[in-house]
Design a protein around this ligand. Structure first.
Ligand code: MN3
Length: 202
């Protein structure tokens, strides 16, 4: 199987008025994400065991194996970024009623969810990701992963929403201010409609 860069679900300039400029998206999607896809294809092409396998199977197979660390890193980054683009919206920030109800049941309210999500995003030392996940026991939870870490590898549930906290995600728009980037994401960019749809489909 050859992997390819998914199209953005919006035009690259569509988020500029909401705190993520076109340059950020052109670099992040067109250069960073494309580089992970290109590297992954090159690695899979040389490995008969991985050839033809799904992205999820490749991630799980490579997880924890030193000899397949480059495979894991590029496959994880491809999967994580593909979810991240869907976690952004030009109409982001609004929480639909169905998701609000579940966030209230599992976190005590939307604001409490946002506080915990922000704490995870800021508490991730160095590069990584913060996640809203539907756990296997049916409760929502927040996790964080370093570098290319992904809940696909650990099978800890279904990822509903993710924020990329690698510096390349926010340096053009917010410089070193990760907290402002996370606040802006939650207020203006987060595609809670997508998260609600993921939840409904689970
Ligand atoms: Mn990134």
């Amino acid at each position: 199987m050859t992997f390819s860069l998914p199209s953005l679900p919006f035009s690259p300039g569509a988020l500029a008025a909401r705190g993520m400029c076109q340059e950020t998206l052109e670099l992040h999607h067109g250069k960073h994400h494309q580089a992970y896809v290109t590297a992954l294809n090159g690695l899979v092409d040389k490995n008969d065991v991985l050839k033809g396998k799904s992205l999820e199977d490749i991630i799980r197979l490579a997880h924890g194996r030193d000899d397949l660390a480059p495979v894991f890193n590029n496959a994880g980054q491809h999967w994580n970024h593909s979810l991240f683009w869907n976690s952004l919206s030009p109409e982001g920030g609004g929480v639909p009623g169905s998701l609000e109800k579940k966030l209230t049941a599992d976190f005590g309210g939307v604001d409490k969810f946002k506080e915990q999500f922000k704490a995870a995003a800021l508490g991730q030392f160095g590069s990584g990701w913060a996640w809203l996940i539907l756990g296997t026991e049916g409760r929502l939870k927040i996790t964080k992963t370093g570098n290319a870490g992904t809940p696909v590898a650990t099978r800890e549930g279904k990822a509903l929403l993710v924020i990329d906290v690698w510096e390349h995600a926010y340096y053009v728009d917010f410089r070193n201010r990760r907290a402002d980037f996370v606040d802006n994401f939650l207020a203006k960019l987060a595609n809670f409609e997508f998260a609600a749809a993921q939840l409904a489909a689970a």
